[in-house]
Design a protein around this ligand. Structure first.
Ligand code: SF4
Length: 455
């Protein structure tokens, strides 16, 4: 761990404007949480990271403007102060019988503060990336998993098998962060896709592909059988595929440490859990004779963080309804359902009567299918203000700080075992989600208590 320093130093080499530099800045825009960057905040409130090769980071920074600090709250299309916005939001939540807290793109403190608010109004919690998160949770619940960390991959993995994914598409610096600059000789095998171009040129690394066009379910059925010791010659279907996968099994047996990398979001839905479960079983079987583990790449926009925090607070992962028994009589205090509590389904079936949408890392709008009559409260990136104003009635918008840009914060890294401390690269006067959620909870509590006091 390190302590980032904010340094009002001369302009960066790539910038002509004066800039305050934050060294060892941790990027919050994908779960790799790269911590080797220098962020430049310019006098006009714009940001950049000089010399970065990461397109995802550059795109994310382009959403920040000089005017962000002046971004106001909006209620029903009109600009209001924070007090009025919180009063309106509390009223909408107090009147809802079954609200949904969606998006949930926030940090640890934000998720912690949203939890008691959810409990106070009987809300369902789902994340923007719930569809990618849930299959891994289901597979973990059913059979368990053996997973590893980025540090272990970097230090020990001599065979990496990428199942149906090219990591640099979503995580541009994956190979730089996980593998570059080490002396270890490695083999990288891509199954079910072409090799990731970003893997080319790594020192002492051989890159190959296997069954690039094969159906992932067929591939895993065969591979599972081979991993359990079945003879390739005895497997009747897909003789070439069986031979190729048997050769991979040989290489896994000879490797010191195999890591199977997959991206839940890149697997075919809606049955990705079956594929993840098969990968977990293959890795488990390999561990009878050697070392192997999985590295799932996912958890974008705070998905991993919200899931870990809610699990820690409630004992259940996301897609859980949190309800005070006294608030909704007859309902269980906690109810987890990975299918019923899916945002898209809840909105399509009109099973919720209000949406609290949290988007603090990027201006990701609430689902387009949202009924205009459904009350919507947005704790969002300043760039969402215009869309909230345009929605007009039944809409409250409160701008919030992005952790790592305008506030500090903590996020779980992609491997789920490391929590990284974020430092604000800019520090514009925007409140974090945690602070807004706590204020909203107080308002809601006052409102509900005053209703109870009425004869
Ligand atoms: S790879 Fe991810 S964490 Fe690293 S700089 Fe790019 S967006 Fe940020």
């Amino acid at each position: 761990m390190h302590s980032p320093s904010i340094d009002p130093s001369p302009p960066s080499p790539s910038a002509t404007r004066a800039a305050a530099l934050t060294r060892d800045w941790i990027c919050p825009f994908c779960p790799l949480l790269c911590d080797d960057l220098v962020a430049a905040c310019h006098d006009d409130g714009t940001l950049d990271v000089p010399d970065t090769e990461c397109s995802r980071l550059a795109n994310a920074l382009a959403h920040y403007r000089a005017t962000d600090a002046q971004c106001g709250c909006v209620v029903d299309g009109n600009e209001v102060d924070l007090d009025a916005a919180l009063a309106s939001a509390a009223r909408l939540l107090a009147n809802a019988r079954r609200p949904l807290f969606g998006g949930l793109a926030t940090d640890v403190a934000g998720a912690r503060a949203l939890y008691p608010l959810a409990a106070a109004c009987g809300a369902i919690l789902d994340h923007l990336h719930g569809d990618a998160l849930t299959p891994a949770t289901l597979a973990l619940q059913d059979r368990g998993s053996l997973f590893t960390t980025l540090s272990e991959v970097r230090a020990r993995a001599d065979l990496l098998v990428f199942f149906g994914c090219q990591p640099s598409r979503r995580y541009p610096r994956f190979f730089t962060r996980a593998l570059a600059g080490t002396e270890l000789a490695r083999e990288l095998v891509f199954i079910g896709c072409e090799a990731d171009p970003a893997a080319a040129g790594l020192a002492q690394t051989r890159v190959g592909t296997l069954l690039a066009d094969a159906d992932p379910y067929d591939t895993l059925a065969l591979w599972s059988a081979l991993a359990e010791g079945r003879d390739a010659a005895a497997l009747s279907h897909g003789a070439d595929a069986a031979t190729a996968l048997a050769s991979l099994q040989d290489r896994i047996a000879k490797a010191h440490y195999t890591v199977v990398v997959y991206e839940p979001a890149a697997l075919p839905s809606p049955h990705a859990a079956l594929l993840i479960e098969a990968l977990n079983r293959i890795v488990k079987a390999a561990n009878r004779k050697t070392r192997a583990a999985c590295l799932p790449l996912g958890g974008d926009d705070g998905a991993l963080t919200a899931n870990q925090t809610v699990t820690w607070l409630s004992g259940l992962p996301l897609r859980t309804r949190v309800s005070m028994p006294a608030r909704v009589t007859g309902s269980a205090p906690l109810d987890h359902d990975p299918y019923r509590y899916r945002t898209a389904r809840l909105l399509a079936e009109r099973e919720v009567d209000a949406l609290l949408w949290i988007a603090s890392f990027a201006p990701q709008a609430w689902p387009a299918s949202l009924d205009p009559a459904l009350p919507l409260i947005v704790l969002g990136h300043p760039a969402l203000a215009e869309a909230a104003r345009a929605r007009g009635a039944n809409t409250v918008f409160v701008p919030v700080a992005t952790p790592g840009i305008d506030s500090g914060g903590h996020l779980f890294r992609v491997d789920g075992t490391v929590v990284m401390p974020l430092t604000a690269a800019r520090g514009a006067a925007l409140e974090p989600v945690a602070s807004i959620a706590a204020k909203l909870n107080e308002r809601l509590s006052d409102l509900l208590n005053s209703r109870e006091d009425q004869p």
